[in-house]
Write a protein that binds this ligand. Structure first.
Ligand SMILES: *Cc1c(COP(=O)(O)O)cnc(C)c1O
Length: 490
């Protein structure tokens, strides 16, 4: 970290008249007369005036202020921050993929369509579904698309009374949000103390006004829902469809398939399970799969393989319409395909078991210091309810901040909402035993520090560029331009 550049905006490095280039004089007088006056600026753009070394150092220093999975361990529960193999980037960045235009004639992109079709088919195989669309841009977008498929299914049967979606209280916040955006009413079903959906609470909720039940399996506590076959038959008997939130498919890949469990519609987060760098709202993809009989409702456009072996882009009249301009995030789909093909069938089958083993290893090693509210074997992630010793007043937030001092990203905190001090850890399959052991050692150290010097833990972090930003103020009054910053300081 270079102090000269640290914490400064590029505008603060600006010096009048300084620049990083020199152009020969073009002989113009400064008047550009053939542009209409209304389109001309009345003053020059307020760009920073900086020499080239300052620009290079500024951005390089700034990049080292960031934390990513390429920097260190990132056990952010529910987010699957696994290592993203660099070969994915090479493939997705290849000019033959990166410079295609979505409206190119299909005869000029047969190879790309074949890759696209291959991943559609591969996901259908992995999910046990009949067909997938790759169009949605994220998990939440996939949920919305899937619920639109379900609405279209009921509408097609002339059943217009189904206006409700049942969502477990442990669900990811996007589930009720997507249902609301799809114009459906959200009804909550309770969890039992072991974190799984309470079938007795669900049964009376199921009637002819229910369009769908959304489930996550393993659920957000990392617990496998054992009653899916029973739930599926209850839901189907009531005439509703069963939706699978497959954002966290990681522990199931190659081991079990939602389609075989009785789910009708599902989405997968390619950016989580199939290794695309994500976070900070970066590019993603939430492909949606449907069981047999619902394919025609999937959104336009779709890639199909014709009888003569060539590929085409199909717009069908029965479809629910479009949820995206074109065929979705092609580069993300290509990263997923690269990941799947480089692991191969056997490698892919190891993903879930290894992710599960790692999560259980960390859980068992730490349960002497952290409160484990739901016992038993977890899948890819688990939740602690803060430190066991609550007498010190050290909270989950304090533990999370202290972890930053040790160079680890914090786990997910205060989610799920089922516990007061949730600390949700997902190690993923890509971490070595050494990394996990180091994390375990540090978590134990923090528990000891909490007992011996709680104030030090409560005032953490001590080594990071920024200590205690006011999260609420930042969310309510974001300062997004330099002018605002200056105005704020005045
Ligand atoms: C991440 C996640 C989502 C939402 O996915 P986005 O791509 O962030 O929209 C939905 N459900 C679960 C269980 C998730 O973990």
């Amino acid at each position: 970290m270079n102090r000269e550049y640290y914490g400064k905006l590029i505008f603060e490095l600006s010096r009048k008249g300084r620049g990083g280039y020199r152009l020969p004089s073009n002989g113009c007088s400064g008047e550009i007369s053939d542009l209409p006056a209304g389109l001309l600026r009345d003053h020059a753009p307020e760009l920073p005036e900086v020499d080239e070394p300052s620009v290079v150092r500024h951005y390089n220093n700034m990049s080292t202020n960031n934390f990513g999975v390429d920097t260190g361990f990132y056990p952010l529960g529910s987010c699957t921050m696994k290592y993203n193999p660099k070969i994915n980037e090479e493939i997705a960045g290849d000019a033959m993929i990166a410079s295609l235009h979505p409206y190119q004639p299909v005869t000029t992109v047969q190879g790309a369509l074949e890759l696209y079709y291959t991943i559609q088919q591969t996901l259908a195989e992995i999910g046990g579904m009949s067909e997938f669309t790759l169009n949605p841009y994220a998990g939440a977008h996939g949920e919305l698309t899937g619920l639109m498929v379900i609405r279209a299914y009921h509408a097609e049967r002339g059943d217009d009374r189904r206006v409700k979606v049942i969502v477990p209280d442990s669900a990811h916040g996007t589930n009720p949000a997507s249902a609301a955006v799809a114009g459906l009413k959200v009804v909550e079903v309770k969890s039992r103390p072991d974190g799984t959906v309470d079938v007795d609470d669900l049964r009376p909720l199921l009637d002819d006004t229910v369009a769908a039940v959304m489930m996550t399996n393993p659920n957000t506590l990392g617990i496998f829902e054992r009653n899916i076959p029973e739930i599926a038959s209850l839901v189907h008997d009531a005439g509703a469809l069963l939706y699978y939130d497959g954002a966290n498919l990681n522990p199931l890949v190659g081991v079990a398939r939602p389609g075989d469990m009785g789910f009708d519609v599902m989405h997968i987060n390619l950016h989580k399970t199939f290794s695309t760098p994500h976070g900070g709202g970066g590019p993603g993809a939430g492909p949606v799969g449907v069981r047999k009989g619902l394919e025609h409702l999937l959104p336009n456009p779709r890639v199909i393989k014709k009888d003569d072996g060539t590929f085409d882009i199909l717009y069908s009249d029965n479809s629910l319409g479009q949820v995206t301009g074109t065929l979705g995030n092609f580069a993300v789909a290509m990263r997923a395909l690269s990941y799947i093909l480089s692991l191969g069938r056997d490698g892919l089958k190891m993903v879930g078991p290894l992710a599960t083993l790692n999560a259980n290893y960390v859980k068992e090693k730490l349960r002497d210091s952290y409160l484990l509210p739901v016992d038993g074997v977890c899948k890819h992630e688990f939740v602690f309810d803060g430190l066991i010793d609550k007498s010190t007043g050290v909270t989950t937030l304090n533990v999370a901040k202290r972890l930053l001092d040790y160079g680890f990203h914090a786990p997910t905190i205060y989610f799920p909402l089922l516990f007061h001090e949730s600390l949700m850890i997902e190690p993923t399959e890509t971490e070595s035993k050494e990394t996990l052991d180091e994390f375990i050692r540090v978590m134990h150290d923090i528990a000891r520090e909490a007992a011996e010097s709680p104030d030090m833990v409560k005032s953490a972090p001590h080594n990071t560029p920024i200590g205690h930003p006011d999260d609420t103020a930042a969310a309510l009054h974001p300062v997004v331009t330099y002018q605002e910053l200056i105005a704020d300081e005045v």
